[in-house]
Design a protein around this ligand. Structure first.
Ligand SMILES: Cc1cc2nc3c(=O)[nH]c(=O)nc-3n(C[C@H](O)[C@H](O)[C@H](O)COP(=O)(O)OP(=O)(O)OC[C@H]3O[C@@H](n4cnc5c(N)ncnc54)[C@H](O)[C@@H]3O)c2cc1C
Length: 395
């Protein structure tokens, strides 16, 4: 058994994890996580809360804002988020800005997402601690169109124009990112649109990552073909004179992926079990660290082992801990014991900080509550960490 002093980083240190929270804030987090452990309450809150906010019922926005929003979001606007960014930076933690609006369908929505992303890039350029902003291709292009392109169906003239506009939006955003020296992460989404996303993001990497990495694709290791795809993408980058940007995740749409494959009768793209996902995820981390001079990577996980594994690997290989091409990231409001302990030990640790109006981010908040509303989920761990810190502070 390793002694504390021999650890590369100590995730058991709850003092460091919650140093940024006052006693009152810690008690509030405890109360909130406890409420979220009740699946019935979460289910009821999700459907009622969403409707109440859509209908504009009085006080609902304020209640949501003062509770779950404060836990998981940076603010309703970029200006409001500045306070969160500054606070994170006090604890050596970087911010990845994530404009929270989701599931948009109209050209006006897509243009709005584009202009919000451009504003976030400008904001990042003015903040030393905001090296990257995050975006979704489905925030700038219609899902059904991406799917149609992936199927190889012929587009009608109107759709051709729509696709040209979408590509232009994406190019404008990537161009601006490079211009302002701010990175841009493109999220990975459902496998039936991911080939289209990969095609676009790869072409952006080829265009903008010729010196430093500005554009990043996301690789979901719960897919059994992605480790191989990551390596092939890297080889393609080397052969074509650009660098790879790789955000590594396990993947967020497992149930949906499996269900669709079964319904439509094609082999599931998902790994046979969790162990297989974990093995590929950790191999992908290792591959990126071993090639850190030509891959800029982000280990986006709440998994303690995977976070420790990367930290240890960096030490073993003697790579500079804070090399800009090697990063760790967790969602704001979760796994503080990982982020703040990594940051304190000198690694590049960041929080994904969503921001936007309460109405816009509600679907994101519901997902955070739902994915964690069981004792086996992350929230069980969150609650026990907060409880331990409360006991340590004797409050
Ligand atoms: C900063 C950040 C950015 C993210 N961006 C994206 C993104 O762009 N796209 C995206 O899809 N997700 C994204 N995610 C979510 C991510 O994919 C995971 O769903 C989430 O982080 C949980 O995985 P984990 O590595 O944190 O932890 P763990 O709790 O160790 O892993 C849980 C994950 O393992 C996989 N898994 C669980 N059971 C099985 C099983 N039986 N068989 C196979 N695999 C299994 C699933 O992917 C599940 O989500 C992001 C997460 C973070 C922290």
């Amino acid at each position: 058994m390793l002694k504390e002093k021999d650890l590369v980083v100590n995730f058991q240190d709850t003092r460091t994890a919650f140093e940024y929270k006052s006693n009152a804030e810690l008690k509030k987090a405890y109360w909130l996580f406890k409420m979220m452990m009740n699946p019935k309450l979460v289910e009821m809150g999700s459907s009622l809360g969403l409707k109440a906010i859509r209908w504009g019922l009085p006080f609902t926005q304020t209640i949501v804002k003062k509770t779950i929003f404060e836990q998981f979001c940076g603010g309703t606007s970029l200006t409001e988020t500045q306070k969160t960014i500054n606070q994170l930076y006090e604890y050596k933690t970087l911010t990845i800005l994530d404009f929270g609006a989701e599931a948009k369908e109209t050209q006006a929505d897509f243009n709005r997402t584009m202009s919000e992303t451009l504003k976030a890039i400008d904001f990042g350029a003015m903040n030393l601690s905001v090296p990257v902003v995050s975006a979704k291709i489905t925030g700038m292009a219609r899902f059904a169109l991406l799917e149609k392109i992936q199927r190889g169906d012929e587009l009608i003239d109107k759709e051709k124009k729509e696709w040209k506009d979408a590509l232009e939006r994406i190019d404008v955003v990537c161009h601006h990112a490079k211009d302002k020296k701010v990175g841009i992460f493109f999220d990975a989404e459902e496998s039936w649109i991911q080939d289209t996303i990969d095609g676009v993001v790869n072409s952006m990497m080829e265009k903008y990552n010729t010196g430093k990495v500005y554009v990043y694709n996301t690789y979901q290791m719960y897919r059994h073909d992605r480790l191989d795809y990551l390596i092939k993408s890297h080889e393609h980058a080397l052969a074509n004179g650009y660098k790879l940007g790789a955000k590594l995740v396990r993947g967020a749409y497992m149930e949906k992926e499996r269900q669709r494959a079964e319904e439509k009768g094609y082999p599931s793209p998902i790994q046979p079990d969790k162990q297989a996902t974990d093995t590929d995820f950790n191999s992908a981390l290792q591959y990126c660290i071993e090639h850190y001079e030509t891959i800029s990577s982000c280990n986006a996980t709440h998994n303690e082992f995977s976070s420790y594994f990367q930290a240890e690997l960096i030490e073993q290989l003697g790579v500079p801990k804070n090399h800009p091409n090697i990063n760790f990231c967790q969602l704001y409001g979760m796994s503080d014991h990982i982020t703040f302990n990594l940051a304190k030990t000198g690694f590049n640790a960041a929080k994904y900080v969503p921001y936007g109006s309460v109405k816009d981010v509600v679907p994101y908040l519901i997902r955070r509550a739902q994915e964690n509303s069981s004792v086996t989920g992350e929230m069980g761990r969150e609650l026990s960490l907060v409880r331990r810190e409360k006991a340590r502070r004797r409050i």
